[in-house]
Design a protein around this ligand. Structure first.
Ligand SMILES: Cc1ncc(COP(=O)(O)O)c(C=O)c1O
Length: 313
């Protein structure tokens, strides 16, 4: 299912209450609507048919990131990380999905004033949930380009903060990539180095090692990126190197894949009309993808602590 066909589930948490979707409204003068001043997270919950259980993947780490980032935007996160996890569970219990579900928490500025300042501007925290399958194709291998848009810099709108306004950059990148006939685009920073995909992190495979960009290269420091790093090192004994990546390295790697909550693990088979490796989904990518899907569905005991069960079976 693509994001276009998502249907809202019944309840939304906002202003401290669980309200029916049709009543979850904000003002046309809302600060976040006017200036893009919210922080958000995208979290997935996976339905495991065998366990008849919905597992929320690494909710704690998502809310910890939101808490840290709130300091950048002079925000008060209002609830502890533990409470945010509880609210998520409670909301899912109310909406009761038995399918893979996307959870969208947002910490947002609520002042109804004209003027972008963040002070004297109270915060609210909301969450909605919606069914979501693949955000990008995870099976066939993506054909991507290098965007001619640049990623906004840490000193402009910091990508690490996951600020909603930052995603106007993403919107331009992904839209123009699609209009040019690609599935997505890899984005360079102003200094010409690789950052990440439109809304996901990037890994290259070179000589059996994984390479990904530094956390200081204008990326969102993805929770999936960290998950892949742990799975690669602990389960496959693969070395993971974090360093600056040149554009031309994209053309000479053996394998490439995207990772992110939305993207999950999505193989890339072509970049700027050049085949990645032999142009087929790579073997290491396949292994990591399979490990990732088992992990998020709560099928690997060692990583079950990352999966928050929703239903009291
Ligand atoms: C710009 C960007 N990079 C990377 C990611 C991946 O982050 P995570 O794995 O925490 O979902 C996302 C969100 O999914 C994103 O929006």
């Amino acid at each position: 299912m693509s994001e276009k066909t998502c249907t809202p589930q019944n309840y939304v948490f906002m202003q401290g209450k669980y309200v029916p979707y049709q009543d979850a409204k904000i003002s046309v003068r809302n600060h976040t609507f006017l200036y893009g001043t919210s922080l958000f997270e995208g979290i997935r919950a996976y339905w495991n048919q065998e366990d008849e259980q919905l597992y929320v993947f690494r909710a704690k780490e998502h809310f910890e990131r939101m808490h840290r980032n709130s300091r950048i935007m002079h925000m008060n996160p209002l609830y502890s990380v533990e409470k945010m996890c509880e609210i998520t569970k409670e909301l899912l219990l109310k909406n009761a999905p038995k399918t893979d579900t996307y959870i969208r928490p947002t910490l947002y500025k609520t002042a109804e004033k004209v003027g972008p300042g963040l002070l004297d501007n109270p915060d609210d925290f909301l969450i909605f949930t919606t069914p979501l399958g693949d955000y990008v194709d995870t099976s066939k291998g993506l054909k991507v380009c290098v965007s001619n848009w640049r990623r906004n810099d840490d000193n402009a709108i910091p990508p690490r903060a996951k600020i909603s306004g930052c995603y106007a950059n993403t919107a331009l990148i992904v839209t123009d990539a699609k209009l040019a006939g690609f599935d997505d685009a890899i984005v360079l920073s102003e200094n010409g180095h690789v950052t990440e995909g439109s809304a996901m992190n990037l890994y290259l495979v070179e000589n059996g090692k994984l390479i990904t960009t530094n956390v200081t290269d204008n990326i969102l420091i993805g929770i999936t990126r960290n998950t892949i790093k742990e799975l690669a090192q602990n389960e496959l004994g693969i070395e993971v190197i974090e360093r600056e990546i040149d554009r031309t390295e994209l053309y000479i790697g053996d394998e490439a894949f995207y990772c992110g909550t939305g993207a999950q693990v999505s193989p890339i088979t072509s970049i700027d009309n050049r085949a990645v490796g032999d142009g087929k989904v790579g073997e290491i990518t396949k292994k990591l993808q399979s490990l990732y899907f088992d992990t998020v569905k709560g099928k690997i005991d060692k990583y079950k602590h990352w999966c928050m069960p929703v239903y009291d079976n």
